[in-house]
Design a protein around this ligand. Structure first.
Ligand code: ADP
Ligand code: MG
Length: 319
């Protein structure tokens, strides 16, 4: 199979077709028609074998996850996802692999009506880079800067599940099979909180997605906003499964573990009722975990008000 045949068979014939794609895959470049008055929101993320995933990760998960992490970045801006590009470097053409990869990637593309409109295919060690583009009305993008002292700090879903699953996969902690089965999709198939992010426009004062760990990502909000953050450790939402292992694994996977792809945002106190309404609309939990304060940095306390110091604060590729 040639590069051209691969593109034709697996990428050109794909399931989402949007009216705003004037020209998709097959020419030198794509032609897209964003609606008048909308701004483009653009993001990219790479996944490299050995850095972001282990060689035994299933190709279906890789396809899903490569797109999910990009949609999560769009969600954190409040943008509506529209199109994406795929840059794929493969050691060889293995059709079984490509087919499974596409199954994962396109299942998510279908769910959020995003169309693959181009990319690049080369030979080399396995790496996957997606660039995703979304739309937002002028002035409505939710930034990291914007949090004010007194704003509540909120997070969607639960934290630490992906880190716990990864720890099991790396052989550093052994979970019962049934528990690993529950946590594994949280690592391999994170749900980008796209609808929630869009609904938070005009409500949230700042937002970020939790990819490097709660404290690290909250640190980005605090720094960009020029304020501090106070987190009550015991208010950080845990899944039932995590909670059952809390006494052995502690809080740090939830506080500092990455890969959750939940939304972390701040909102002024008067937004409480809107958040309540959001919560019932999407069926995903929203928990308040603390409050922005004047000063700088992120402080964690336990319910008694004593400072709590986690062993690590988050992920940095060059640390
Ligand atoms: P060019 O040499 O002009 O850059 P290519 O031969 O690389 O064109 O690509 C031909 C078409 O196939 C282009 O529309 C390109 O965007 C698309 N394409 C190539 N690789 C991928 C891929 N992995 N996923 C989606 N589209 C792709
Ligand atoms: Mg060309």
């Amino acid at each position: 199979m040639t590069e051209f045949e691969l593109i034709q068979k697996y990428f050109a014939a794909q399931p989402v077709s949007r009216d705003d794609v004037v020209l998709g895959i097959g020419d030198d470049a794509a032609v897209l028609a964003p609606p008048a008055g909308k701004h483009l929101v653009v993001t990219t993320d790479s996944m490299i074998e050995g850095v972001h995933f282990t060689p035994e990760t299933e190709p279906e998960s890789l396809g899903y996850r490569a797109l999910a992490v990009n949609l999560s970045d769009l969600a954190a801006m409040g943008a509506e996802p529209a199109w994406f590009f795929l840059n794929l470097t493969l050691p060889k053409i293995d059709e079984t692999w490509v087919e499974a990869f596409c199954r994962g990637m396109f299942s998510l593309a279908r769910e959020f009506n995003v169309q693959l409109v181009g990319g690049n295919t080369t030979r080399g060690s396995l790496s996957i880079t997606i660039e995703a583009q979304g739309l937002i009305s002028e002035g409505e993008a939710i930034r990291r800067a914007g949090a004010k002292p007194g704003d509540g700090i909120y997070v969607t879903g639960t934290l630490g599940d992906a880190a716990l699953a990864l720890r099991h996969r790396l052989g550093r902690h052994s979970l019962p099979v049934a528990d690993y089965d529950v946590l594994k999709p949280r690592l391999d198939r994170p749900t980008p909180r796209v609808r929630e992010g869009m609904a938070l426009r005009r409500i949230a004062s700042s937002a970020i997605d939790v990819s490097d760990g709660l404290l690290a990502d909250l640190g980005h909000i605090a720094e960009a906003s020029g304020v501090g953050a106070l987190v009550v450790r015991d208010h950080v939402p845990l899944s039932e499964t995590y909670r059952r292992h809390l006494h052995e694994v502690g809080w740090d996977h939830a506080l500092s573990g990455g890969d959750d792809y939940e939304l972390l945002f701040t909102a002024p106190a008067h937004a409480g009722r809107d958040l309540q309404r959001l919560l019932t609309r999407f069926g995903v939990g929203i928990s308040q975990i603390g409050e922005m304060v004047s000063g700088d940095g992120v402080t964690v306390i336990d319910t008694a008000g004593n400072p709590y110091r986690p062993a690590t604060r988050g992920h940095d590729h060059f640390a």
